[in-house]
Design a binder for this molecule. Structure first.
Ligand code: AMP
Length: 281
């Protein structure tokens, strides 16, 4: 596996692969790998001749009071895991390489970025879109893989790619969960053992609404209440940032729930802000 922190040499390597007729898949990450990341690497491996994984804790997607400084990092373990999963090139740029002095161009998709996570994290998706477009320009991938764990992010990236005619196919990968149902996340490492045990209730609440939907309930308000009541009883230490039932593509509220309606949520638990999502059907 090649490892490079230099955007120019990664650009040259990817261009050389494509010139030789080899397809390139990119998996953008912030590292501290878990099975969610690995599943995307493996899907990329199956799809393309060459797999590039970027590992960059992108400062511009963190708000001033957020966890940029304490975000978990383990570069050595990440390198080993990337190597074991057939990654051809690990791209590990520094902040200075990605955001040189006088950096001044930003990309955003306001229509989809102001809702859900965007309400609490108003500049987050602008940082995500900008870094992802930069990564696309550096790696010129044929395919780029994003997890459904970050449903709003995946929706926004698809919209950006379509709006800007980006020559890349955006591929979503299924959300990978721990055995007890907690969505895998690098930020789960912030949880104390007690919080980690309780955190399984987040997805259990969403399952409770699925069961209610299967039994015939179609009112989004009632389904939301069912989830909130479940959490009140089973996750009293959690603080709900938001919970919404939305259209999977437009992210607009769907008062009348359908099979493809997406339940999307963020819950604060201890030092962690945990996100999760699930379809109703
Ligand atoms: P991150 O390093 O958290 O920025 O995530 C990098 C990529 O992995 C993003 O596309 C995430 O959506 C995806 N990802 C993170 N956690 C999971 C998970 N539990 N299941 C599937 N994909 C995930």
């Amino acid at each position: 596996m090649m490892i490079s922190s230099a955007p120019r040499s990664v650009q040259e390597q990817c261009a050389a692969w494509r010139k030789a007729g080899q397809s390139v898949a990119l998996v953008p990450t912030m590292g501290f790998f878990h099975q969610g990341h690995v599943s995307l690497m493996q899907a990329a491996r199956e799809k393309a001749d060459k797999v590039v994984v970027s590992l960059f804790v992108n400062p511009s997607q963190f708000g001033p009071a957020e966890d940029l400084g304490s975000y978990p990092r383990d570069p050595e373990r990440d390198r080993a895991m990337a190597g074991e999963n057939g990654v051809d090139l690990l791209f590990t740029p520094s902040s200075r390489e990605m955001y040189p002095l006088h950096f001044g161009t930003w990309v955003s998709v306001p229509s989809l970025s102001e809702t859900l996570c965007g309400k609490t994290r108003p500049t987050h998706f602008k940082g995500v879109c900008t870094v992802v477009l930069k990564l696309f320009n550096i790696c010129t991938p044929d395919f780029a893989f994003f997890g459904e764990k970050d449903w709003q992010q995946l929706t926004i990236i698809k919209r950006m790619a379509e709006d800007l005619n980006l020559p890349v196919q955006i591929v979503g990968g299924p959300l990978v969960r721990e055995a007890d149902g907690l969505a895998m996340s690098s930020r789960n490492s912030y949880l104390t053992p007690k919080e980690r045990f309780a955190a399984a209730q987040i997805s259990q609440g969403l399952h409770a609404a699925r069961a209610r939907f299967a039994a015939g309930e179609r009112s989004a308000a009632k389904l939301e209440k069912c989830i909130l009541d479940y959490w009140l009883d089973n996750l009293p230490q959690g603080r709900v940032d938001y919970l919404e039932l939305v259209h999977p593509d437009t992210l607009e509220a769907q008062p009348l729930a359908r099979t493809d309606t997406r339940m999307i949520t963020a819950v604060y638990l201890g030092k962690a802000r945990l996100i999760d999502n699930m379809s109703l059907g």
